[in-house]
Design a protein around this ligand. Structure first.
Ligand code: NAI
Length: 395
């Protein structure tokens, strides 16, 4: 099959297996180019391991610290006639590279929110690794079925209390327009907290504890975002922000239960991922931010962010470096005054006409396509390629 990108709004319905492999390899190469991480955890479980921040969180401890990794994700394998999802191909490529490097890697494709998935993963930890010393929780999902009640909850990306009007970018057409988003109604806030809050993170940790597979001195981390005031109504003070508050409460509860210093929330930088491209207003902010940070020479992608998370915080061999609210802040460069001032100046001026001059929209689009394995150097996109790629671990 010759695979080309088919984009619809903020989704691309195809993915290129060789491009995804090249993308994974470039992240591995980056990690190998950095100083090794001798204090990195050695048996790592990553929940949401196939794309974005979770994929980077699998690559860094594996290739920087020699860790055995178990990855959990919800992806689609390719068939003879249809391409799989990018996260599937990323995971196939990751496992192959890990095996070639002599590293243990197993993956589980299915619903991380379910009890069955937790049982299956725990059985494999018991059998293969005995225990885990780091659990990264990096899920981004639009829905969750409660494993006890069977009820399905949907998350929404809405402001709370009042409508929110702001500039917005139509990423299909490159048009800068404005958008008004009505506030959450009824139980939309609670439902978003149910999906994107910390309840399932805590359920994972309880299940791991009960099974006796948590190593002494283990750590666990989940990811959050704060960002600038202009996106507060849709993010930090919106429904997703409420879920992130709950994530922090979960970390505090787990620290209490396990004796402190084990559960962390890391506040990460805004980056193009499948999850962030679905949030209104954010793609325009990211396009302006990329331009400013690339010019300032401090732009990072997921892999650079997570390398810094492990090297500077989680596996630094000392102080995890927390802010006054007990969070890890790898969004520090994004939130620096000079960067924010420059983004705000551009925000006020940006229109459809000057978008390409003031923002890095072309970089945004390139990055978006790369998520699906398109536009990578060294990949022959004209060539026939097999969309069926089994996971080496066969799960
Ligand atoms: P992503 O869309 O790239 O990755 C989501 C992962 O969750 C994938 O591995 C997917 O397979 C998995 N997943 C989704 N539903 C699942 C289910 N039911 N069972 C098993 N796996 C499932 O998202 P991204 O952006 O990497 O987000 C990860 C975390 O980082 C989220 O908590 C997000 O809020 C946070 N974050 C993202 C930022 C961004 O700008 N992208 C910034 C700061 C934090």
């Amino acid at each position: 099959m010759i695979i080309t990108p088919k984009t619809r709004g903020f989704i691309c319905t195809t993915a290129h297996p060789d491009g995804c492999a090249a993308n994974v390899q470039s992240q591995i190469d980056y990690v190998k180019s950095q100083p090794a991480l001798p204090d990195s955890p050695k048996k790592v479980l990553v929940i949401g391991a196939s794309t974005g921040y979770g994929l980077a969180s699998r690559i860094v401890p594996a290739f920087g610290g020699g860790a055995a990794t178990i990855g959990v994700f919800f992806e689609k394998p390719g068939t003879e006639k249809k391409t799989g999802s990018a996260g599937w191909y990323n995971s196939v490529a990751f496992e192959k590279a890990a095996n070639d490097a002599g590293l243990y890697a197993k993956s589980f494709n299915g619903d991380a929110f379910s009890n069955e998935m937790k049982d299956e993963v725990i059985a494999t930890i018991k059998e293969d690794l005995g225990e885990v010393d780091c659990i990264v929780y990096s899920l981004a999902s639009p829905r969750r079925t409660d494993p006890v009640t069977g009820e399905t909850y949907k998350s929404v990306l809405k402001p709370v209390g009042a409508p929110y009007s702001q500039k917005n970018l139509n990423t299909d057409t490159g048009e800068v327009n404005s958008v008004t988003i009505e506030p959450a109604e009824g139980d939309e806030i609670e439902n978003t907290v149910k999906v994107m809050g910390g309840e399932d993170w805590e359920l994972w940790l309880s299940a791991l504890k009960e099974a006796g597979v948590l190593a002494d001195g283990f750590t666990t981390v989940a990811y959050s975002y704060i960002g600038p005031e202009l996106t507060f109504p849709i993010y930090t003070n919106g429904t997703i922000g409420k879920a992130k508050e709950h994530l922090e409460e979960s970390a505090a509860r787990m620290n209490e239960e396990f004796g402190g210093g084990i559960a962390f929330v890391s506040v990460n930088k805004a980056l193009v991922t499948q999850a962030s491209s679905a949030i209104p207003v954010v793609p325009l902010y990211i396009s302006l931010l990329y331009k400013v940070m690339k010019e300032a020479g401090n732009h990072e992608g997921c892999i650079e962010q997570i390398q810094r998370l492990f090297a500077g915080h989680l596996a630094s061999g000392g102080d995890p470096g927390l802010d006054e609210k007990g969070r890890i802040r790898i969004d520090d460069w994004e939130m620096g005054k000079e960067v924010q001032d420059a983004v705000h100046e551009a925000w006020d001026k940006v229109t459809t006409e000057n978008l390409s001059e003031l923002s890095d929209f072309s970089g945004y689009k390139r990055e978006f396509l790369r998520l699906f394995g398109f536009g990578l150097e060294g990949v022959d996109y004209e060539a026939e390629t097999d969309p069926e790629r089994p996971l080496p671990s066969g799960k």
